[in-house]
Ligand binder design. Sequence first.
Ligand SMILES: [Cu+2]
Length: 119
Amino acid sequence: MKTNLSLILLVAILLAACGSATGPTPTGTSSPIQSSEAKVSIANFAFDPSVLTITTGTTVTWTNNDTVAHNVTSDDGAWGSNSLGKDETFSFTFTKPGTFSYHCGVHPSMKATITVVAP
Ligand SMILES: [Cu+2]
């Protein structure tokens, strides 16, 4: 009986050691994520959300959910997309703080604003 108990203890110790050896080890870095992503839906002839605040370095992706073609055009003409058919997307990364108004070049009544702030 005593031998069996010792054997069980030995097995238990070996299993525990094995378990710790194969346990998770820290990987990667601890640096914070420098950029993020935001999404804007184009649907029913409107940008949703029409007012969006992000931090610098954020990439915004617009997706046209309408069957009608739209585009994304900054009011100052500095950036913008080609014509976007249904389910097509356009991405732009905002690197400078500021307020960026944009519209749809096809439908000027479609207006929206993105505010970019320093993180
Ligand atoms: Cu449009």
